[in-house]
Design a protein around this ligand. Sequence first.
Ligand code: ZN
Ligand code: ZN
Length: 394
Amino acid sequence: VIAVSELKVEVCQAVAALAEELVGISREIHAHPELCFKEVKASRLLAERMGATGVDVRLPAYGLETAFACEFGADDGPCVGIIAEYDALPGVGHACGHNIIGTAALGAALALHALGPRLRGRVRLLGTPAEEGGGGKVLMERAGAFDGLDCAMMVHPATDDMASYPLIARAAAHVVYHGRAAHASSEPEAGINALDGLVFAYQAIGAWRQHMPARHRVHGIITEGGVASNIVPERAAGHFAVRAPDRQGLEMLKARVLACFEAGALASGAKVEVTWEPIEYLDLVTNWPLADAYRANAETLGRRFRSPSDLPAGMASSTDLGNVSHRVPTIHPMIAAVPTGVAFHTIEFAEWSRSEMGMKALLDGAKAMAMTAIDMIEDYTIRTAVRAAFAAQV
Ligand SMILES: [Zn+2]
Ligand SMILES: [Zn+2]
C-alpha cells in the first residue's frame, strides 16, 4: 500500500514538472479571450493537451460545442470531478481569470493521470463553457455531465485564499415596454411613452433597494430608450438581475421586481413584457469536509487562508457551479492570484490574471486539487464525512 503522503508528493512534483507548459497554455488562453459558448480555442487547447496522454477526450460534449469531458482511472473507487472554466468577458478579456481556472483543472487532471495504476479511483475532467452568463454547467448537468460523481471541485482566482466564498442564487429578466409613437411636440397627447414606464420601474427598484436584506441584490441597465428626442418612445427595453442567498429569497425578489415593472406600466400606460431567462444560478452550498481537506492541502503549499466572514458585509457573487453543488458535494475555493484591492471584472484583474502571481496560483491550485482528489479517493474518513455533509444539506 502506498501512503497518501507519497501520492501527494508525487502529484505536486508532476505539476511542477508541467509548470512551463501549463503557464504557456494559460497565457495563450489569456491572450485570446473568448466569450461564452465561443471558447473554441481555449476548449481545444485544454482538451488536446489532456488527450495527448492517450485519454479519450470528447469535444464537443454534452451537446455544447465548447464543452469537453473525459474520465480515467480505476474502474471501481470514487469518482472526483475537476471543473475547468475558460470563458472571458466582453471588453475586459480575462477579467475573472478563468484562464487560471481552466489550466489549474488541466494540471490537476494531468498529475492524477500520471499516477497510472496507483490512482485507485476515477477522475472526470469537465470543460464547462459560459460561466459568465449562459450557464454552461446547468445545461451540462441536464445532459448528465455530473451524474455519478462523488464530488466536484474547482479553484477561482481572487485576492485571498478562501475555502469558501459567498455565492448566491441569481435570476435575470429581459423587460420590454410597448407604448405608442407620436411627435413629441406637435401631438404629445397621442403618444404613450414606453421609456417613462421603464424609468418608473427603475426608480421603484431604486427605492426598494434601501429595504432589501443583506446579500440580496437587484441590478439592471436600460438597453433601449427610444430612437429620437422628437419621437415619443414607442419601445424601451432593459436587462435586470436579482440575487439572493437561497431559492426562497430569489422567488421573493422575482415577485417584487415584477411588481416594480408592472407599476411602471400602470403609471405610464405602456404595456410591459417580462421574459425570465430560463437558466437560474443556484446558491453554492460548500461541502465543508471537502473544503477543509482542500485548505489543509493548500496550506502545505504555504497558502494562508482568510475567513469568508472577514469579507466586506454583503459581498457576494454567483456561479453556475451553485447548481452543481445541489447535486453532488462541491467546493469552490478561492485562490490568491491578484493583490488586495483588485476587483473582479476589471482591466486590472485581467492584467494580474497573466502575472507571475496568477501563474503561481494556477500551479498551487492544480496541486491542491490533485491532493484533495487523493484524499477523497484514499481517505475513508474524509469520504464518509463528505457524504454525510451532503446528505445533511438536502
Ligand atoms: Zn466573473
Ligand atoms: Zn469567474
